[in-house]
Design a protein around this ligand. Structure first.
Ligand SMILES: C[S@@+](CC[C@H](N)C(=O)[O-])C[C@H]1O[C@@H](n2cnc3c(N)ncnc32)[C@H](O)[C@@H]1O
Length: 188
């Protein structure tokens, strides 16, 4: 039987004519990417991050629980250095495997140590997801949203290269109210 979480996402990806979109933490920080190497788009959905990473010249794996999303991404990725796989990421990650890992709009706190271990030395983590400032987007359940500065705590073993979290401070027209964005590097 299909697990409920997979069925939920399959339905969403079947019904909606969504387009893949790379996360801002990646598009704003493309200059930090290595020119060569391997990358993982973890819980990739339609794979906006994965497609951008492959265009940048990296060998990319994209993993998601939803076969519908993975089939759509596989079609788009024809001819690219990108392979998409149906995979429950909670089942585990390989150690010391990726030069870049991107996670957007997915939060499974217990995976944080495994994500750090999956990075190679000098590897970079790009992470972006919702925080506790509910502005009408993202999950309603606060448990699925980051606490204040939580990304910094979850990935404390890594060195911060970029961080953006603005809360309710300053000019609303320019601020990012409801998300946190982190780029961090594994320095041994
Ligand atoms: C909000 S979507 C984000 C998708 C993509 N990262 C993006 O930014 O568009 C969350 C994704 O997590 C996937 N997901 C949820 N639980 C998962 C798990 N245990 N293993 C792999 N993927 C999972 C869902 O199928 C869904 O595609």
């Amino acid at each position: 039987m299909t697990p409920p979480e997979q069925a939920k996402w399959d339905k969403r990806y079947q019904e909606n004519s969504l387009e893949p979109r790379a996360a801002r933490v990646l598009t704003d920080n493309l200059h930090l990417l290595p020119k060569h190497g391997s990358a993982l788009d973890l819980a990739c959905g339609l794979g906006g991050n994965a497609l951008l990473l492959a265009k940048h010249g990296l060998y990319v794996e994209a993993w998601d629980l939803s076969p519908v999303a993975i089939d759509k991404l596989t079609l788009r990725a024809t001819g690219m250095t990108l392979t998409a796989h149906v995979r429950d990421v909670v089942a585990g990650l390989p150690q010391n495997r990726f030069d870049v890992i991107v996670v957007s709009y997915f939060l499974e706190r217990r995976l944080a140590p495994a994500i750090v271990d999956a990075l190679r030395p000098d590897g970079l983590l790009f992470y972006q997801t919702f925080n506790q400032n509910q502005c009408g987007r993202g999950p309603g359940n606060p448990a699925y949203r980051l606490a204040d500065n939580e990304l910094l705590r979850l990935f404390k073993p890594l060195s911060v290269r970029y961080y953006r979290e603005e809360g309710m401070t300053g000019d609303s027209a320019q601020a990012i109210r409801d998300e946190a964005l982190l780029v961090a590097q594994k320095i041994l």
